[in-house]
Structures are given as structure tokens and as C-alpha cells.
Design a protein. Structure first.
Length: 148
């Protein structure tokens, strides 16, 4: 009788181990594998919708605009401020819906520099005139000192 109880307890132990193992595998699937599969599907859908003119960011954090997509070689040519670079399609990390602010900021800065270029040129001419006046004054002071 005691032997049957030990065997029964051992069998229950095996079932609980199997149940814990199944629960562990289910948790691992729902917490790790399923979100990764969703992310891969989302990335695959994004890659299939790439088109010329899209603003993208590569895995190296390089921002550019798609100039050409070569499906045969699985490459993409990016225009990065006039420099054309060829990458694997897998190098595209994200597609941004709008132009990055860094691309539009230099245009505004260049416009303000063009307007401010006139002022430095005038002040540079004034500075050179002031320097010439002060140099002439220094020369006359040196001549006066030499004469004494």
C-alpha cells in the first residue's frame, strides 16, 4: 500500500513538471517570439512600400532620400545632400513620413547668412579703415618720439 502511494506521488511530480514546462514555453512564446514576429512583419510591410522620394534612416543612422530601388540586386540608392550612396535594402531602418528638420534648417541658415553677408563686408571695410588710421597715428607718434 505504501509502495503504491510513492508511485502515485512520483507520477504527480512528473505531471507537474510537464505542466510547468508547457507554461514556461507558452510564456516564452507570448513574451518573446510573438512580438518579434509582429515587428518583423511590420518591417517587411514597410520595406515592400518603399518608393522613390521617401525619406529614410539607415541602421547606421544616416538620413537620406531614396533615389533608386534595385529589386534585382536588393539595393537602394540614397541621396544624402547631393551624395549618392548605395545600400542593401536590409540597411533601411525606418521610413520617416516627413523631411527631417536638419535638412530644412540649413536652407533657412543659408538665407540668413546671405542677408548678413553684406554687414560683415561693410564692417570689414570699416575695420580696415580704422586699422589704417590707427597705423598712421602710430607712425606719426613714432616719428615724434624719434625727433625728440
Amino acid at each position: 500500500m505504501l509502495g503504491n502511494f510513492v508511485i502515485a506521488a512520483g507520477g504527480a511530480s512528473q505531471y507537474s513538471t510537464i505542466i510547468i514546462l508547457v507554461i514556461f514555453l507558452a510564456l516564452m512564446y507570448f513574451l518573446m517570439l510573438r512580438p518579434q514576429q509582429k515587428q518583423q512583419k511590420k518591417h517587411k510591410d514597410m520595406m515592400s512600400e518603399l518608393k522613390k522620394g521617401d525619406h529614410v534612416v539607415t541602421i547606421g543612422r544616416l538620413h537620406g532620400v531614396i533615389d533608386e530601388i534595385n529589386d534585382a540586386d536588393k539595393t537602394v540608392t540614397l541621396d544624402c545632400d547631393g551624395i549618392y550612396l548605395v545600400f542593401d535594402l536590409r540597411a533601411i531602418s525606418t521610413v520617416t513620413a516627413q523631411a527631417p528638420a536638419a535638412v530644412t534648417a540649413p536652407v533657412a541658415a543659408a538665407t540668413s547668412e546671405a542677408a548678413s553677408d553684406d554687414k560683415p563686408a561693410e564692417s570689414a571695410a570699416d575695420d580696415s579703415a580704422d586699422t589704417a588710421d590707427s597705423a598712421a597715428a602710430d607712425d606719426s607718434a613714432d616719428k615724434d618720439a624719434a625727433a625728440k
